[in-house]
Design a protein. Sequence first.
Length: 293
Amino acid sequence: MKVIGKNNAIFYFDVQNKPRASVKLNEEFWVKTNDCYFGQIQSKDDLRPNIDDTLKNAATGPIFVEGVQPGDFICIEILDIQLNSYGVMITSPGHGILGDLITEPDTKIIPIKKNKAIFSDKIHLTVEPMIGVIGVSSISRIRSTFPGDHGGNMDVKDIKSGSKVYFTANVEGAGVAVGDLHACMADGEISGSGIEIAGRVKLRVSKVQGFNVNVPIVETEKELMVIASEENLEKAIRKGVILACKLLQEFLDINFPDAYRLVSISCDVKICQVVNPLVTIRVCVPKSLLKFK
Ligand code: CA
Ligand code: ZN
């Protein structure tokens, strides 16, 4: 099986980027990924103020998917996520929601053993591997620290093994790129990071009919999630709900007031992250409601 190395790192999602690897439609392949600090944090003595921020949130790619044309809708299946043997978490002044209460930088190295994150001698958490950064080449050049309609740094904890993520391709071959794995992360990503970790992911890309909404869609076992990123929560929720209504109207052939009511009674609105340059939310539409698959 093809393995795409993490030396193929990009720091911008941009249609001008040259493809670094190519795969066929429906081919399974592995992608190796750097952690979000590009390996600059190796021990507890590596502190945040001393790292190069321009190397943050590298994504491996772009991966050219043969047979994909601009405007095509693609589905990226997450088949597996394998993590390195340790992850890192840093806190530092100004970082995350309570950054004003942090007085000095501090780095924590977190070993991963047998599917447990060893947070301390007494605190062991079950790992829930997820992908922080995933997307396709963007028409305007966008830093890999940003989330957006192209995907990028969305930090959606439901982008995990078994999930599918849908995007509209902006360029021939789509230019898929992926990075920023987390061993654990809670909704909000409050301190500014999950357990940041390198690793590799097994993917398969197919061409699908699509949903006629121009934002990433995440499919889990029970839900289709509309992912919306904006400068604040209110704007992100508004954008996500407008698109969820559009999705419901299309699937169910109903008017806008009914779609609006259905969002209100059956679609949870959840925070993904509130610490990146734009915040991200998801509107979770039950597949049973849409009679989807
Ligand atoms: Ca991230
Ligand atoms: Zn991350």
